[in-house]
Design a binder for this molecule. Structure first.
Ligand code: SF4
Length: 278
């Protein structure tokens, strides 16, 4: 795909997510969190393009957190933001020392590191007068989280496209949730974004996340389109076919009619007789 085609495709995904979940409203001031990776560069590029033609008015404030990783090349990001004319703030806060002190050597830093970074971003949003924060999680992040929760946490949950912070003062949005990582990667390469290295922290990547990522890639290789279907499943939930009593109570669900007797199982639901019983 050409750069223009990719931009149109990604732009359509972002517009759809924004419309589906009312992510952006008139008068919003949005803190766009950038890490210097392909996802946040792409998100920033697409939000700015959208801002130029959107019927509503909203502002973007771009923020990066320099967490004190040895050799962090913050100047690369500064130069890019200046060149592009973004309203950019780099916050320097040494969470690296805290994380390396608290987490035993060899363990993954990510959980504490990202919690601290999130706190810094929330604070920055309030200081900059923002009411929303945009994060660059994409389709693969959503699907990996779904599988991680399913396999390791005993929960059926992916990532919220939009959530209100605990104190109710900010809204976090994820405009890339419908966008495929491969499209983002290709777009970032063609745009030649100056990507910052992501291994400066010395942390091992989240091993379980990596494992489910590989699993999803393998399924996609064997059955192309599987990721699209999985994402569609998240938009087509049948609460009565889940076993959560709180959900049943909250939705006042009656017992479902057995339409299978009439020889027409509901679209998308696997008929009971197809299930292997041992
Ligand atoms: S990969 Fe490194 S910088 Fe990123 S969340 Fe994990 S510890 Fe923090």
């Amino acid at each position: 795909m050409t750069l223009a085609e990719l931009e149109r495709k990604l732009g359509r995904g972002v517009s759809r997510a924004i419309a589906d979940f009312s992510m952006i409203e008139d008068g919003d001031r949005i803190l766009v969190a950038v890490s210097g990776g392909k996802d946040s560069y792409t998100m920033l590029h697409l939000l700015r393009a959208l801002r130029r033609k959107a019927p509503v008015r909203f502002d973007l404030r771009v923020v990066n957190v320099d967490q004190g990783h040895p050799g962090y090349p913050g100047h690369v990001l500064r130069d890019y933001m200046k060149r592009e004319g973004h309203d950019f703030t780099m916050i320097e806060e040494d969470t690296y020392s805290i994380v390396t002190e608290k987490i035993p050597y060899g363990k993954t830093y990510c959980s504490l590191c990202s919690r601290l970074r999130r706190g810094i971003l929330y604070r920055a949003a309030k200081q900059l007068g923002c009411n929303k924060i945009a994060l660059g999680h994409h389709r693969e992040d959503v699907l990996q989280t779904l599988l991680l929760n399913l396999f390791f946490a005993g929960q059926l949950a992916a990532m919220p496209p939009k959530l209100v912070t605990d104190d109710g003062s900010l809204i976090v949005v994820r405009p890339l949730v419908y966008c495929a990582e491969e499209d983002i990667r290709a777009f970032a390469e063609l745009e030649a974004f100056p990507i910052l290295p992501c291994d400066l922290c010395g942390s091992q990547e989240h091993l379980q996340r990596k494992a489910v990522g590989r699993m999803l890639d393998q399924i996609e290789r064997e059955r192309p389109g599987s990721k699209t279907i999985m994402l569609a499943a998240l938009r087509n939930v049948h609460p009565s076919h889940l076993l959560d009593r709180r959900l049943w109570a909250a939705l006042h669900l009656p017992a479902e009619r057995d339409t299978e007797e009439e020889g027409s199982p509901r679209d998308g639901i696997i008929p009971n007789e197809c299930l292997v019983r041992t």
